[in-house]
Design a protein around this ligand. Structure first.
Ligand code: HSE
Length: 436
């Protein structure tokens, strides 16, 4: 049987999962692809930690250059993460005519154009299913199975760590910081967990989905990105009371030559399927002009599910090689030359209903002043509650608004926060209750 030699860069949690999968399912993969997938080299700076897997002698070394220059290796799996040296290694692999499989969303969100162009010129695949949604096969679905559709919107719960934290806060009333430690122990979190909790990891994934769905280059820095670190148990409790769940959503919408591209905590009606995605599960909801709404969900992080996605890409490349094909589908579903340059709609122009939580002194005229400021800025109130009364302390007042323009909401909150009776910076949470 023909064999295809693989090289693995990065022997952390996901790398270990890849080795385990290859060892357990080796015969099955050979049966399916007709080739034997052989992992011949692993390069990692740490060659001493016991990962709980047995390797043939000599496979693991710190020699990434040796792996990249090994003429036997046809597929390089990059699981180092981060920008450098991952970027240089991926470019070197491409330059050496090797196919690349990566889970590195940060790298592709910022340097995708350079990497995909280099791959196109070299006639090799760069596949990255594991970079978005862990084990969910969303990238191949967009490029292939749904590739006949024009997409109008996408919603994603794309960070397992955040969804795990929000779910535990919701179901068990736990405190943010404690649950984060637990997520890190499970191996869900990024090396730098601020990437998770501040929404940056979700934004990396959104950038890729936007390019795939709308066929456009995306300026990553223009994606509005807000994480979950300011969310309190109180907001989750209020969300419940109003019939909503709180999720960190990635939102992409096409509006002519503009796209909405935003990541922020969002209130979603409890009875929407998106609201039922809990724990480390992720989901992506897409709307295509012919298929209508499609929702895919599965484990969004963790060793096994992510290894499944990585190896799915290796299997696809093995099929190509067996059929004598170099590349089959362009990395973003269309050639680089066919990509558009849609502008990202400024956040001030977003129109949506809002949840506004203010902490105020419980005194006469406070509510009247706040309602006056909201009215002056064209913000219409749908409902309002002031649930607690502790005379000496600040009390929360929560407003649910009708649809309003974000520029007006921000201007109103700025004015409200100047009032002497307002005790801390007010919080706004956007609501999505009108999915097409
Ligand atoms: N840190 C990421 C998450 C891992 O929590 O979803 C998968 O990209």
């Amino acid at each position: 049987m023909r064999s295809i030699k693989l090289g693995l860069l990065g022997f952390g949690t996901i790398g270990t999962g890849v080795v385990k999968l290859l060892q357990k399912n080796h015969a099955l993969l050979a049966e399916r692809t007709g080739v034997s997938l052989e992992l011949v080299r692993i390069a990692d700076l740490d060659i001493t930690t016991d990962r709980g897997v047995n390797l043939a002698p000599g496979i693991l070394s710190a020699d990434a250059e040796g792996l990249l220059n090994d003429p036997e290796i046809q597929v390089v799996i990059e699981l180092i993460g981060g920008y450098e040296p991952a970027r240089s290694f991926v470019l070197k692999a491409i330059q050496n005519g090797k196919h690349v499989v990566t889970a590195n969303k940060a790298l592709l969100a910022l340097h995708g154009e350079e990497i995909f162009r280099a791959a196109e010129e070299a006639g090799v695949e760069v596949m990255y299913e594991a970079s978005v949604g862990g084990g969910i096969p969303v990238i191949s679905a967009i490029k292939e199975n749904l590739g006949a559709n024009e997409f109008t919107s996408l919603y994603g719960i794309l960070n397992g760590t955040c969804n795990y934290i929000l779910t535990r806060m919701d179901e068990e009333g736990e405190v943010f910081a404690d649950v984060l430690v637990d997520a890190q122990k499970h191996g869900y979190a990024e090396a730098d967990p601020t990437f998770d909790v501040e929404g940056i990891d979700t934004a990396h994934k959104l950038a890729l989905l936007l390019s795939l769905c709308f066929g456009t280059r995306v300026d990553f820095d223009k994606i509005y990105t807000e994480g979950i670190s300011k969310i309190t148990a109180l907001d989750i409790e209020f969300a419940h009371g109003f019939g909503y769940k709180l999720k960190l959503l990635a939102i992409g919408k096409r509006d002519g030559d503009q796209i909405e591209a935003r990541v922020h905590p969002t209130m979603v009606p409890k009875d929407y399927p998106l609201s039922t995605i809990n724990g480390v599960f992720n989901c992506v909801r897409l709307v295509g002009d012919f298929v209508g709404p499609v929702m895919l969900s599965g484990y969004g992080a963790g060793m096994d599910a992510t290894a499944s996605a990585v190896m799915g890409d290796v299997v696809a490349i093995a099929h190509n090689l067996k059929a004598g094909i170099g590349t089959r589908v362009a990395a973003l579903g269309c050639p680089q030359s066919a990509l558009s340059n849609y502008a990202i709609k400024p956040m001030e122009q977003i129109v949506t209903p809002y949840y506004l939580r203010l902490m105020v002194k419980d005194q006469p005229m406070v509510l009247a002043q706040i309602a006056g400021i909201l009215g002056k800025h064209q913000i219409s109130i749908e409902s309002m509650i002031q649930p607690h009364r502790h005379v000496a302390e600040a009390v929360p007042i929560v407003f649910m608004t009708h649809e309003a323009e974000e520029r007006n909401v921000r201007a109103a909150l700025y004015e409200i926060d100047q009032l002497g009776e307002v005790c801390e910076e007010s919080l706004l949470i956007r609501i999505e209750d009108n999915l097409e």
